[in-house]
Write a protein that binds this ligand. Structure first.
Ligand code: ARG
Length: 458
């Protein structure tokens, strides 16, 4: 018979190519700790039901701790027959504790084992991502607080639209990322339930106390159906979707910064730490960090769609296709960990050029304010929009700005115009007028900073 863990009914050898094709150890080894913690909890649960003795349980638990130490010290030696992390750890445990290692897998299957390992790993790693995400939000909030007096042009269609505060732009990304943080917390709560005790598919025959196992492993509940327990990977899809949406935000931010750092805009300069030069053109300083962030977003979207293709159309319960859930997840988690930290670095070290932003504020951006001026004099907005449009046209025809039109020019457009129309040509005033909740006025920007700060402290 074959030497494999599952080799009892096999007589022929497996094609070595198939062996390599089937093996997942080279990527699932990163779940070594989750796998060992799961096994330790399971050993205790077996003893609790008298399936093994307390002494055997202790032997298994301490033996597993030694295996864990090897992984941590980088001394664990992967053998050719170690198909995946589960078989590798069990093989090594046997070398430490002898034949009692063979009792560990009683009533358990790699199907409920791998589902458990992956949930533990995902929970622990996404909690770290949540930490990185909060740090990034903190970087935005800190800048927004310091630079609240800087004004810049706001854009729609990448055309100059209305003046805004630089901090208002910064905070727009902080709010997107806060939504990502809330989404991730919910995903973590949902995925943190225990599949172990589902067996291969039909359930555990030894009346294992699953609530006990869940408590041991820090889960907040127990999956209620064993078929569902071994087949569900919705949490992988959810994390990949979360990662994708978060990367959309990072990618759009990067695009803004790439544009704002161009010579034509010149609003910001990236720190040297997050830029690179050209091998040919000595003058170049390229925003590579932002380009990589924008580029890596594509990679994460690919992991989401790739995984969904694997996941769809599987018949009930465990199928080996599910082994393909890990690499997309691992890659996305790694990409997000890097991207969130790099983005925080870019944001906190960026140099801004307020005078360049100011130079790009143009009087035509106050056309809406001109219309609003008349609204405050009682003229219906639809009329005022036309009148302000006419003022824009006249200024354009005369090759000047609206602020240079005379009071009689304005009086010709509407009788409600008075001397005080000259007060419209003030960018800061335009900004301060937008003081309803969520607007770009100083007070409403400061209120946003306060809200986000309080949330970060929660
Ligand atoms: N390496 C496998 C995976 O990642 C473990 C489960 C294998 N189970 C099985 N019955 N072949 O999904």
């Amino acid at each position: 018979t074959s030497a494999k863990l599952w080799g009892g009914r096999f007589t022929g050898a497996v094609d070595p190519l198939m062996d390599a094709f089937n093996a997942s150890i080279h990527f699932d080894k990163r779940m070594y700790e989750a796998d060992i913690r799961g096994s330790q909890a399971y050993a205790k649960a077996l003893a609790k039901r008298g399936i093994i003795t307390e002494q055997e349980s202790t032997t298994l638990v301490t033996g597993l701790e030694k295996v864990l130490d090897e992984w941590r010290n980088n001394t664990f030696e992967i053998k050719p027959a170690d198909e995946d992390i589960h078989t590798a750890n069990e093989r090594r445990l046997g070398e430490y504790v002898g034949s009692v290692a063979g009792k560990l897998h009683t009533g358990r299957s790699r199907n409920d084992q791998v589902a458990t390992d992956l949930r533990i790993w995902t929970r622990d790693e996404t909690r770290k991502l949540l930490g990185h995400l909060k740090q990034l939000i903190g970087a935005f909030v800190e800048r927004a607080e310091k630079e609240v007096d800087v004004l810049m042009p706001g854009y729609t269609h990448l055309q100059r639209a209305q003046p805004i505060r630089w901090s208002h732009w910064l905070l727009s990304y902080a709010w997107s990322l806060q939504a990502d943080a809330l989404r991730l917390s919910q995903i973590i709560d949902r995925l943190n339930v225990l599949p172990l005790g589902s067996g291969a598919l039909a359930g555990n025959p030894f009346n294992i106390d699953r609530e006990f196992v869940a408590q041991e492993l820090g889960f907040n509940g127990v999956i209620q159906n064993s078929l569902y327990g071994v087949s569900d990977r919705d949490f992988v899809a959810e994390v990949l979707f979360w990662a994708s949406v978060t990367m959309v935000h990072i990618s759009r931010l990067s695009e803004d910064l790439i544009i704002y750092s161009s010579g034509e805009f010149g609003f910001v300069t990236l720190a040297d730490a997050y830029s690179t030069g050209s091998s040919l053109m000595p003058q170049k300083k390229n925003p590579d960090s932002c380009e990589l962030l924008r580029g890596k977003s594509g990679r994460v979207f690919g992991q989401l769609s790739g995984f969904l293709m694997t996941y769809k159309g599987l018949p009930s319960t465990y199928n080996k296709d599910l082994q393909e859930d890990k690499e997309p997840l691992f890659d996305a988690v790694e990409t997000l960990a890097g991207s969130l930290q790099i983005t925080a670095g870019v944001i906190s070290t960026l140099k801004i050029h307020p005078e360049k932003m100011q130079q790009n504020l143009s009087i035509d951006m106050l056309a809406t304010d001109l219309a609003e001026y008349l609204v405050r004099k009682g003229v219906p907005f639809r009329e005022t929009h036309h009148i302000a449009g006419a003022a824009v046209r006249i200024a354009e025809e005369r090759n000047t700005t609206m602020s240079n039109l005379s009071l009689s020019d304005f009086k010709q457009l509407h009788v409600a115009f008075e001397e005080d129309v000259s007060a419209v040509w003030d960018f800061e005033k335009s900004i301060e007028n937008r003081s309803s909740l969520g607007g770009t006025s100083r007070a409403t920007v400061v209120a946003q900073i306060e809200k986000l700060r309080n949330w970060l402290l929660e």
